[in-house]
Design a protein around this ligand. Structure first.
Ligand code: GDP
Length: 479
């Protein structure tokens, strides 16, 4: 039981409490002690194994290389907040340079394809239409590579900012070539030369300075030089990537985004990475499965099939898959359902495991004892403002007899405990103190899921007493 494990860990030199997480190495050590071999497996590995048991491999292209065909590059737009990612994606969506379907792209489906002309031939580019690098990061975290090229947007009036650097590091880590869009060139204070100089320091040397990164000055607002940007993307793809895929195989790819539509049921935008997806195919997407009932492109047109790099909205799934999860065409509905069900039960188990208590007052004492925590974060909610103030005052007066320990009230308010409160508590590892109030809506459920402790009191001194005891009772001994 937990107490025995804690004891055993103690004898191994690990001071932990029963609700604490331990690292992989400690788990392996503990296993040895118990005569077990502990194998730490990532969810991706586990899924790969699951698919292998059905004789399916997710990933590489197969078949005769002579069948492979050139596919469009898939592009993500990244950069610092407010530098114009959204505006640029909107502008590109409306500037379908060659094809120019009447009316332009009408639907937001999370990804779209545009066409441009380079050296006299028509070339397509797929844009992932979720600005920021959250989606990109989520997909990378799931071990899937969504993009071939990253467009790094830098506002010419603002220059390189922290998230610019973060974004370029993400792209570099993923081994994805970068095209720099120097945006807001229409502004009088724009200084595109400065942006080039700044990025050179981060290893992105412009071609015109002898480097191999293409910099393109654009204005997402006025639409200036969008063709130049599209061309740079195509040229960069041609220069550094071999973008080919075999369309003659069962389709596989990624879920870009998904939601539940009231009329149509689960709707997922997928990106085909290999093979060809057809209406009628049996697919499994994350923990969802089904037959492709219909496919729509970004214009709302029905598609019969989707080839590599094509984004499409898919109808017919049993549930809503998560962004970044993979989709696979399988032999038949039965197999799709079996894989989906296995994945679902795994996801449920993982959720359950995550539901461990993040931080309780007891935990705080324990970690303080080890000299790890010095700050107890609290969120106070009360029935009337007077009681919240009284509580906060009393907390401030607690003399813990040490400078090392502090109580920090990170938020306070009147009224029921809301999901927003729980959200903040989860993000800042805080405990919620409810004084004569109850949780509202799904707050309890969420607190359970997130492992946030909510403590309820009806008398102020009781709250103070307990918190004081927690802080004092377990203070680090002074030498
Ligand atoms: P994001 O946070 O990177 O997605 O940035 P947005 O696309 O939301 O743009 C932030 C602000 O900059 C908005 O007010 C845009 O209208 C403005 N903006 C974006 N591109 C340009 C541009 O090329 N020129 C000018 N003058 N303003 C722009």
């Amino acid at each position: 039981d937990a107490a025995q494990l804690v004891q055993m860990l103690f004898s191994l030199g690990e001071m932990v409490t029963a609700t604490e997480s331990v690292n992989d190495a400690t788990l392996e050590l503990l296993g040895e002690e118990l005569n077990y071999v502990v194998q730490v497996v990532s969810p991706e590995d586990e899924d790969r194994e699951l698919l292998e048991s059905f004789d399916i491999e997710f990933g590489e292209d197969e078949g005769d290389e002579s069948e492979w065909q050139v596919r469009p590059p898939v592009v993500t737009v990244m950069g610092h907040v407010d530098h114009g990612k959204t505006k640029l994606l909107d502008a590109l969506r409306n500037a379908n340079v060659v094809a120019g379907e009447a009316g332009g792209i009408t639907q937001h489906i999370g990804a779209y394809q545009v066409a441009t002309e380079v050296d006299g031939s028509e070339r397509k580019i797929t844009f992932i239409d979720t600005p920021g690098h959250e989606a990109f990061t989520a997909m990378r975290a799931r071990g899937s590579q969504s993009s071939d090229i990253a467009v790094l947007v830098v506002a010419a009036d603002d220059g390189v900012m922290p998230q610019t650097v973060e974004a370029l590091n993400h792209a570099k880590a993923a081994g994805v070539p970068i095209v720099v869009a120097v945006n807001k060139i229409d502004k009088p204070e724009a200084d595109p030369t400065k942006v080039r100089g700044q990025l050179t320091e981060y290893g992105l040397v412009p071609e015109e300075y002898g480097g191999d990164t293409m910099f393109v000055d654009v204005s997402a607002k006025s639409g200036l030089n969008l063709e130049g940007l599209l061309e740079a993307i195509v040229l960069t793809a041609d220069a550094s990537l071999d973008l080919r895929a075999n369309p003659n195989q069962d389709a596989q790819g990624l879920v870009i985004e998904a939601h539940l539509d009231r009329g149509r049921g689960p709707v997922a935008t997928i990106l085909v990475q290999r093979g060809t997806l057809r209406v009628g195919d049996s697919i499994v997407a994350g923990p969802a499965y089904g037959r492709v009932r219909a496919m729509l492109d970004e214009y709302g047109n029905e598609l019969d099939e989707a080839t590599p790099s094509r984004p499409a909205m898919v109808l017919g799934l049993s549930a809503v898959p998560g962004a970044g999860q993979n989709f696979i065409v399988v032999e038949d509905d039965r197999m799709a359902r079996q894989i989906a069900e296995k994945r679902e039960s795994r996801e449920r188990a993982a959720m359950q495991a995550k539901r461990r208590v993040r931080r309780t007052l007891e935990d705080f004492m324990a970690s303080m004892e080890k000299g790890e925590s010095q700050e107890l974060n609290l969120i106070l909610k009360g029935d009337v403002s007077g009681s919240v103030e009284a509580l906060e005052d009393a907390l401030a007066k607690i003399d813990v007899g040490s400078d090392e320990v502090t109580i920090r009230v990170i938020d306070r308010g009147v009224g029921a405990i809301t999901e927003t409160n729980v959200d903040l508590a989860a993000a800042s590892d805080a405990i919620i103190i409810g004084f004569n109030v109850r949780p509202q809506g799904k707050a309890t459920e969420m607190a359970e899921r997130e492992g946030v402790e909510i403590r309820y009191y009806t008398v102020i001194y009781q709250a103070i007493e307990e918190i004081e005891a927690a802080l004092k009772g377990m203070l680090k001994p002074e030498y």
